[in-house]
Each structure stands twice: as structure tokens, then as C-alpha cells.
Write a protein that binds this ligand. Structure first.
Ligand code: FAD
Length: 370
């Protein structure tokens, strides 16, 4: 660990602020919100319990060494190395449910060992061909399903040999009875969430360029908007920005994540994000929209567009200064967001129909919804 400044002061230190402590305590329960802003930061009762007078070392957190650094070398991202007719067979390393018991539905973090054979860049997707036959074309394999990659190019083990996916199990509820009908469950997401370590998996790709992280300006602002599993590409970006030691990319800009999920138990990778918030408060912002727990200013459910509206003034100013804005998640998120941005633009005396093409032309606008 590199220590930058040492000062003597009376401070309020929530004990759980030590990130190594948090890492070790909560590594088995990634859905636990360790430094919940409601509980620890803003709640004077909870912080006073930890009031200490001590020597404080303001620590510059050390970053993790990654390899192989040849993965930095290429000018262009790898694209479609493996195609549906000749997929790569990889191996499942782990499948972990990453939402708490009160989350509606199940989301799993899946680590796949590709042995370094299917390299990718942050923001790309893998294709997965589930086992079995395509019911619409008997005798042929299932169609490929795409999944945004949720790790950096070095993978969760930092050696360039694994890829992580964040997969929500697609289930089907009969609209009349309200009961789950397993015969109509999503083929690929259930295959992935039911997989066991050692299972084989056919993958294609990597694909996609629209969500690549632009790195020409390491001091740029990146506003990342996600609903649910749409957080996947941002986890990859943020690991690259804040967790990994990358010789040719020293991030000094602002990464601002807006995540919309149903409730606290549905939060994804929250412990990781809160670590960045603590370690890089000048470079990372993290705002949540918990639709079943929070209310918007009109008294309705808090969706991600309501959070965007709350900060619209800042967001518009950042966009005017060249910030990148990304949207990832379910298709249904976009109409509400576009409506909000249009309304905000009008309130500011701007014309959204002119501003949006300009953002697209400047390559500031990145959308991947499904
Ligand atoms: P399918 O078998 O394809 O079924 C689709 C839906 O139809 C399911 O909800 C299923 O329950 C329902 N269904 C099945 N049979 C019937 C029936 N008879 N009648 C009515 N309904 C039925 N998903 C993620 O979880 N994470 C990601 O990061 C992610 N990234 C993506 C990135 C991109 C670029 C794209 C295009 C998609 C992404 N997806 C992601 C979505 C993913 O590709 C799949 O579409 C999703 O997992 C569902 O696939 P499935 O095979 O499980 O469901």
C-alpha cells in the first residue's frame, strides 16, 4: 500500500470503512450493502458509535497487477474470433447468486475460463450457444444469446484467462394463474444459472463496439446508466479505472454510475462500487434508484430516469463539456429516460431533437439495450 499523506486529526470513522476489512468480511455476501449511505454516511447515530480520535493515514489504495500486458497492445478491439458455426468450448469456473433473498428474480455472476483464447475489451459481449436443439429448426443448435461482459479484459482473476457474465434467469409467469411455468423458462439464462464448475459452454465473439470505453482522454467524464444486469459493462470499466494497475491508462476523470433495481437486495456488485466510492471519492459517484423502496419527487416509484432528473443540471453541464453517457439494460428503460432528457432540455431552453444528434455525432452517446 502506498501512503500519501499522514495527518493527526479527530475524525469520525465508520469501522467498516477499511476496505480490506470489508473485502474479507463481505466477500461471501456480495449483496450486502456494507457502507449504505443511509446507514453509515448520513446517519449521525450510526457514525457516532465509531467516533475516534486517532492518527489518520490517508491512503492511496494500491492497485492489482494484471497480465498479460499484451492485451493492451492492439489498436483495435478483438471482434468475432469465434462465430456461431465454430464456437469456442470454454469451462465454467463458478456460478454465484449475487442478489439477496428479497430480490425479485435471480441474478448470477458466472465466471468462464476461456484459457486466454477469447480475448475481449471492456464493454463487449460474448455469445452463448445453449446445449440442445433449436425447437424452431429441429436438428440445428439453439440460436446464440448475447451477454454483456461484466469483467475487465483481465477477468476476475487478473490473468486474462476468464470472462464474467451477469445473468438474470428468465422465468415465465402464466398471466392468468400468476404461476411460474417452467416449460417456458428462458433456455440460455437457465442453462447458465444452473451450470456447475467444470461444465462446458460454447461461446462466440467477442462482439460489439458501441459500449467500448473511450480511453483517448484519461480525464474524461463517463456517465453510466444501468437497469439491472445492464450494470455489467460498467463493472468492467470500473475495475479497469479503479482496481487494476494499467500502465497506459491512469484514470483521472469522473465515473458516475446510476443504477436502477427493485430493492436493496437486488443491488449488483454494490460492495465493489462502494469500495471505489471510499477510495476514489473525487473520481467516482454512485447513485441508486430503488423502485420498490424509494419515492420520486412526485411521490411515485423511483426509477433511474427520476435519479437522472434529480441531477439533470449537472449532467447537462457535463455533457456540454464532452462527457460520455452510456445506457445499458432492458429496452424498456429508454423511452422514460428519453422523455425525461427531452423535458429537462426544454426546461433549460434547449431543443432535445437538436442536442441528441449532436451528442451522437460527437460519439458521446452509447446505448446497448435488449
Ligand atoms: P429464451 O429461451 O430466448 O426466451 C426468451 C423469453 O421468452 C424468456 O423470458 C422466456 O421465459 C420466454 N418464453 C419462453 N417460451 C415462451 C412461450 N412459449 N411463451 C411465452 N414466453 C416464452 N441478459 C442478461 O441476463 N445479462 C446480460 O448482460 C445481457 N446482455 C445482453 C446484451 C445484448 C447485446 C443483448 C442483445 C442481450 C443481452 N441479454 C442479457 C439478454 C440475453 O441475450 C437473453 O435474451 C436472455 O438471457 C434470455 O434468453 P433465454 O435463452 O434465457 O430466453
Amino acid at each position: 500500500m502506498a501512503h500519501s499523506i499522514v495527518t493527526q486529526a479527530s475524525v469520525t470513522v465508520p469501522v467498516a470503512n477499511d476496505s480490506s476489512l470489508r473485502r474479507s468480511i463481505f466477500k461471501d455476501k456480495p449483496w450486502v450493502s456494507v457502507l449504505s449511505s443511509d446507514l453509515k454516511i448520513n446517519n449521525p447515530r450510526s457514525t457516532s458509535e465509531y467516533k475516534l480520535c486517532m492518527s489518520v493515514k490517508q491512503v492511496t489504495p494500491s492497485k492489482v497487477a494484471v497480465s498479460p500486458l499484451q492485451l493492451e497492445g492492439a489498436k483495435e478491439p478483438p471482434l468475432n474470433i469465434y462465430k456461431p458455426k465454430e464456437p469456442h468450448t470454454a469451462t465454467i469456473v463458478s456460478v454465484e447468486r449475487i442478489v439477496g433473498p428479497k430480490a425479485p428474480g435471480e441474478t448470477c455472476h458466472i465466471v468462464i475460463d476461456h484459457g486466454g483464447n477469447v480475448p475481449y475489451w471492456e464493454g463487449q459481449s460474448y455469445g452463448v450457444i445453449p446445449p440442445g436443439e433449436n425447437p424452431k429448426k429441429p436438428g440445428t443448435p439453439h440460436n446464440v444469446r448475447l451477454y454483456s461482459i461484466a469483467s475487465s479484459r483481465y477477468g476476475d482473476s487478473f490473468d486474462g484467462k476468464t470472462t464474467s457474465l451477469c445473468v438474470r434467469r428468465a422465468v415465465y409467469y402464466d398471466p392468468e394463474t400468476g404461476k411460474e411455468d417452467p416449460s417456458k423458462a428462458g433456455v440460455c439464462s437457465n442453462f447458465l444459472c444452473n451450470s456447475k464448475p467444470g461444465d462446458k459452454i460454447r461461446i462466440t465473439g467477442p462482439s460489439g463496439k458501441i459500449m467500448l470505453l473511450p480511453e483517448d482522454d484519461p480525464n474524461a467524464t463517463h456517465i453510466m446508466i444501468a437497469t439491472g444486469t445492464g450494470v455489467a459493462p460498467y463493472r468492467g470499466y470500473l475495475r479497469r479505472m479503479f482496481m487494476e494497475s494499467i500502465p497506459n491508462f491512469k484514470f483521472g476523470g469522473l465515473a458516475w454510475l446510476f443504477l436502477g433495481v427493485a430493492n436493496t437486495d437486488s443491488l449488483l456488485y454494490d460492495d465493489e462500487f462502494r469500495m471505489y466510492l471510499q477510495d476514489y471519492p473525487d473520481h467516482f459517484r454512485y447513485d441508486l434508484a430503488l423502485s420498490r423502496e424509494q419515492k420520486n419527487k412526485r411521490g411515485g416509484k423511483m426509477y433511474v430516469q427520476d435519479k437522472i432528473e434529480e441531477y439533470s443540471d449537472e449532467i447537462f453541464k457535463l455533457l456540454d463539456k464532452g462527457a460520455h453517457i452510456y445506457f445499458c439494460g432492458l429496452k424498456g428503460m429508454m423511452p422514460g429516460i428519453q422523455e425525461t432528457l427531452k423535458r429537462v432540455a426544454e426546461e433549460r431552453g434547449e431543443i432535445w431533437e437538436e442536442k441528441l444528434p449532436q451528442l451522437k455525432k460527437n460519439k458521446q452517446w452509447h446505448v446497448e439495450v435488449y
